[in-house]
Design a protein. Structure first.
Length: 473
């Protein structure tokens, strides 16, 4: 990759990504500087010589999750055309084309957005698990990839082979790519579409309107407006909840939030009590944290700085203040501090004391690391609690998290007594941390219970099976 190193010296990272998209989509380069025109020429030649695959992977690997090219900085002039603008409105006005074909096979079609195998989140496991659940219940199932991204089915198969419960997914479902919108998708009048993020709801709404089935299935794994700035994207995401659909909420927390805030449209309310499933903790049943020996105790912080809803800055400040107040100063134990999340970050907790950010881990390594933790802080500015508190509580680790509009201590106690929830305020969070630290240092062991699924086998019930089949009839 020496050539790529030389190129990186001549052009910035964002410029390279922009030039790549300019070549692929044949942008008008009249307004480019000579330096960028030169880069365009090199990429164009590489494309003609069919040498662009390496550059393609290099570019796509670092593009936005929904296929949006990086924000372009082009000699202080941002250039947009309608094609590029469509990505900035999540392509909801550039939907795939469908045609009804009664001779085609009928499917449950699960609409899946772009993902990166190196940083894939639990939400995608929920999407894939639903597809597998549908197929295992005798319904021909297809995953339709809706975004333009770097997808390689052999690499996908390899990644799934290391994912408990999803190893055989591609033996059970079909996969169809429609990110480039170049092909018309044939659908049967009895097809059911499954939206999995807000902008796929627009695709599901269009496709379902062509069929005999009036409602699509909407897997709701969070209140996604919270992910977005308060602009057109927020409004578009909010509108997706007004379509005609059957909601399947990934937690009871989300169900309650949507009901209490009037977010489920009138058409969907009759289904809301029947469509709850719990995206399971990733720790197998029977596994518990090994009893601690020695004088070291480990603290973990879910430190995803790149994801605003994880409240990185508040959480970091809380830990720094706890250290400053001496909460972790003990004559009994020596505390070590770790961060779990994406990216590289250093948090200086005090003189000669830093929180160590753990590298991105495989699921196997993640499982093993969890057993080392005694106390965790994991925040979420969302009605969805995230899976990390449940993963930690499942192995017997205490966790402090935050309240959010109805998500509070009483709702967590339904599942585990090791999860403490407080208002997302400095003093409230410090109070919960202090209480848990003191109990750990005094050797107080809470009676352990964990009433939450640990696998998809535990998640899916006969009720889910019958309800899915009823929708398909």
């Amino acid at each position: 990759m020496a050539a790529m190193k030389v190129i990186n010296i001549l052009w910035s990272y964002d410029e390279l990504k922009f030039i790549y998209s300019a070549v692929v989509y044949r942008y008008n380069i009249t307004h480019f500087s000579n330096r960028l025109k030169f880069a365009y020429t090199l990429f164009y030649i590489a494309d003609k010589l069919k040498l662009l695959s390496t550059a393609r992977r290099y570019y796509l690997k670092h593009s936005f999750r929904s296929g949006v090219p990086a924000v372009e900085v082009v000699d202080a002039t941002a250039i947009f055309d309608q094609f590029r603008l469509s990505f900035h409105v999540s392509r909801i006005y550039d939907l795939p084309n469908f045609k009804i074909d009664s001779r085609s096979k009928s499917y449950v079609s699960v609409l899946c957005p772009a993902f990166d195998l190196d940083t894939i989140s639990a939400g995608f496991f929920g999407v894939f698990a639903f597809a597998k659940f549908s197929a295992l219940n005798g319904l021909p199932t297809k995953i339709i990839l809706t975004d333009y991204f770097d997808f390689d089915i052999s690499r996908f198969r390899t990644a799934l082979s290391r994912t408990p419960g999803l190893e055989d997914l591609l033996d059970l479902v079909e996969v169809q790519y429609c990110g480039d919108r170049s092909k018309i998708i044939s659908i049967h009048p009895d097809d059911i579409f499954v939206a999995t993020v807000w902008y796929t709801a627009y695709i599901a709404n269009k496709a379902q309107s062509l069929t005999n089935k009036r409602k699509f299935i909407y897997l709701i794994q969070d209140y996604e407006c919270n992910f977005l700035p308060h602009d057109s994207s927020w409004l578009h995401a909010r509108k997706s909840y007004d379509f005609a659909y059957v909601p399947w909420f990934s937690t009871k927390f989300l169900l309650n939030f949507f009901k209490e805030n009037g977010l489920v449209n009138q058409d969907a309310k009759q289904f809301v009590d029947f469509c709850i499933y719990n995206n399971p903790a990733t720790i197998d049943a029977g596994h518990r944290r090994i009893a601690r020996h020695g004088n070291v105790r480990n603290f973990v912080f879910y430190s995803r700085m790149e994801v605003n809803r994880n409240m990185f800055f508040l959480g970091s400040y809380v830990i720094c203040e706890a250290v400053k107040r001496g909460y972790f100063t003990s004559s009994i134990y020596s505390w070590k501090f770790y961060g779990m999340g994406l990216g590289k970050v250093i948090i200086r907790l005090g003189p000669n004391l830093e929180l160590v950010q753990l590298p991105r881990m495989s699921l196997e390594a993640y499982y093993e690391k969890l057993y080392e933790f005694d106390l965790g802080l994991t925040l979420m500015a969302s009605p969805h609690p995230s899976l990390i508190p449940f993963d930690l509580a499942a192995i017997g680790c205490r966790v402090v998290t935050n309240n959010y509009f109805g998500k509070d201590q009483s709702s967590f106690l339904e599942y585990s007594n090791l999860i403490s929830s407080a208002e997302p305020d400095l003093e409230c969070l410090l109070s919960e941390l202090k209480k848990n630290i003191e109990e750990i240092e005094k050797g107080v062991e809470k009676p352990y219970y964990f009433n939450y699924p640990r696998s998809w086998v535990e998640t899916w019930t006969e009720e889910h099976k019958q309800f899915l089949k009823k929708l398909k009839l």
